[in-house]
Unconditional design. Structure first.
Ligand code: FAD
Length: 484
């Protein structure tokens, strides 16, 4: 019995559900990853995510050879259309089945349906497993058997359903003998960025650790900070969160390992661990929302919010451009956008602040912001990103009510009181006293003069007045109230 294991968003050999299944059911297993042209061809030629993947693949290749202790085993990496390359390779190898892990994004499901059909025509099976969440699809349901649309009861049901079974790692090492040599000799080395037509990004300069080893290094660094997570996580200048999102996105770390650790520490009374576990549950929550309501990709989770009329035309486009480039005149918003543009990461508190600003201060459709985040974020994940944007625009499940509008100045005063984060990304404002940093246009002329800062030249004047914008937003959202 032989099989082909197709790696996708699970770039690790250890504790991998699909790989475990393939190795335990087959005597001979080959592993392949496809740098999918359908996904890569439309991307700009510098992309941190592509670089992250290429680095992580090289590590995975070594991991597989070490596991098998034979150099003839290894990861085959193709640069092709996955929907065609996988069935073609399966046919050449003459395997009985292709194995992989679930990916419930609509485009991935469509691709997998195509692969399944081709394989069936070739007389080959297609087996898929849950791997990248603890609970998926319809595993956590209300008592009446429906899908949860509100987080807290979902979380309670999630915790109630959790048993050690769901956290147990899938042992791969003990089945490693089934990793097969490639018939035509060891596979070619993992392609370089240049081989696939990409150029290096600033990933190296950012020192973002890649691969499974990178994920474990970040985890080791984070664990001593776990007890303080609950307090530290809201302040962007503080090293509070884990920075593991990109690893969860690409599966260089197992969710079972992280949730298991968080759960164990929470049981021992660590409040920070309980809060962190909650964040991991939010991740499962949005994955199951997308799986059960794929329409959220295009439309509001709450349909009545699709009646809202957003700003359109050249002026809206100019405002949007200013937001993208960090030129709104609101320092916290601008510093956050510069963090995103320069590093591909943005602190969670800031994601909420800038999303609210785009939608509720500039009156721009949340889908524009969602698309921009999708291009820029290293950890871009359709379910979490869509969930986050719909939360901010109040159109999503368990979103904040539309009349709760973040004030970008008080958010700044509260979460970056000393301006450490703002000064990191906006050095031209560094000399301003803390009291003036959050809204420089309100500073006294004498203060501005003393610092040499000229608003409009060195830093923009605000592109919108928050109080006026607030009124416009309440009026804009009134259509929802009338319909509801
Ligand atoms: P930690 O605080 O260490 O949290 C641990 C993990 O929990 C994260 O890595 C992530 O996997 C998960 N998590 C935390 N918060 C959330 C959340 N609100 N929803 C879902 N999962 C969560 N997260 C993404 O992974 N990809 C996205 O594309 C994404 N887009 C977002 C867009 C908006 C508008 C908002 C408000 C939030 C978005 N988030 C997204 C959620 C959150 O901001 C990031 O997961 C978090 O900032 C990542 O940093 P971390 O790994 O240090 O998080």
């Amino acid at each position: 019995h032989s099989g082909l294991f197709w790696i996708r968003r699970d770039l690790r050999a250890h504790d991998n559900a699909g790989l475990h299944q393939a190795l335990s059911e087959c005597d001979q297993v080959h592993c392949v990853f496809v740098l999918d042209r359908d996904i890569l061809d439309p991307l700009p030629r510098q992309d941190r995510r592509v670089e992250f993947i290429v680095h992580s693949l090289a590590e995975l290749d070594t991991e597989l050879r070490e596991l098998a202790q034979r150099p003839g085993v290894g990861l085959r990496v193709e640069h092709a259309r996955a929907s065609e390359a996988v069935p073609a390779l399966a046919q050449r190898l003459g395997v009985q089945a292709v194995f992989c892990n679930h990916d419930d994004e609509p485009a991935a499901l469509a691709r997998d349906a195509q692969v399944r059909t081709t394989l069936a025509r070739q007389g080959q099976a297609f087996h898929t497993r849950k791997d990248h969440v603890i609970f998926e699809r319809q595993e956590v349901l209300t008592q009446s058997g429906t899908v949860y649309g509100v987080f807290t009861p979902y979380k309670n049901a999630w915790l109630k359903k959790l048993t050690p079974f769901y956290l147990k790692p899938y042992p791969v090492a003990r089945h490693a003998a089934a990793l097969a040599d490639w018939p035509e000799g060891p596979p070619a080395p993992v392609p370089s960025l240049a081989d696939i037509g990409f150029e290096p990004s600033n990933l190296g300069a950012l020192r973002l650790p890649t691969g499974s080893r990178g994920a474990q290094a970040l985890l080791t660094d984070f664990l001593p900070r776990l007890p303080a997570y609950g307090q530290a996580r809201d302040f962007p200048a503080v090293k509070g969160p884990s920075y593991l999102s990109v690893h969860l996105r690409f599966g260089t770390v197992s969710i079972r390992q992280l949730a298991g650790l968080a759960h164990e520490r929470a049981q021992q009374g660590c409040a920070g661990a309980a809060t962190w576990l909650s964040e991991l549950i939010w991740r499962d929550f949005y994955v199951q929302i997308l799986a059960n309501h794929p329409r959220v990709v295009e439309r509001s989770f709450k349909p009545e919010y699709d009646a809202i009329e957003w700003e359109q035309g050249p002026q809206a486009e100019a405002l949007f451009q200013a937001w993208c480039e960090g030129r709104t005149g609101y320092p916290l918003v601008d510093a956050a956008m510069l963090q995103l543009n320069q590093t591909g990461y943005m602190h969670n508190r800031l994601r909420m602040v800038v999303a609210s600003f785009l939608v509720k201060d500039l009156g721009i459709d949340w889908r524009w912001g969602e698309r921009y985040f999708a291009q820029q974020l290293n950890d871009f994940d359709l379910s979490a990103n869509n969930g986050g944007w719909q939360w901010a625009s109040s159109s999503g499940c368990d979103a904040q009510p539309y009349f709760r509008i973040f004030n970008p100045i008080s958010q700044s005063e509260k979460f970056d009181a000393e301006g450490k984060f703002i000064r990191r990304y906006l050095p031209q404002l560094a000399a301003l006293p803390n009291a003036d940093l959050h809204a420089p246009w309100l500073a006294r002329p004498l203060t501005l003069q003393a610092t040499g800062l000229q608003l409009g030249r060195d830093y923009p004047l605000p592109i919108v007045q928050h109080d006026e914008a607030r009124e416009r937003t309440l009026a804009r959202y009134a259509v929802v109230k009338k319909k509801a």
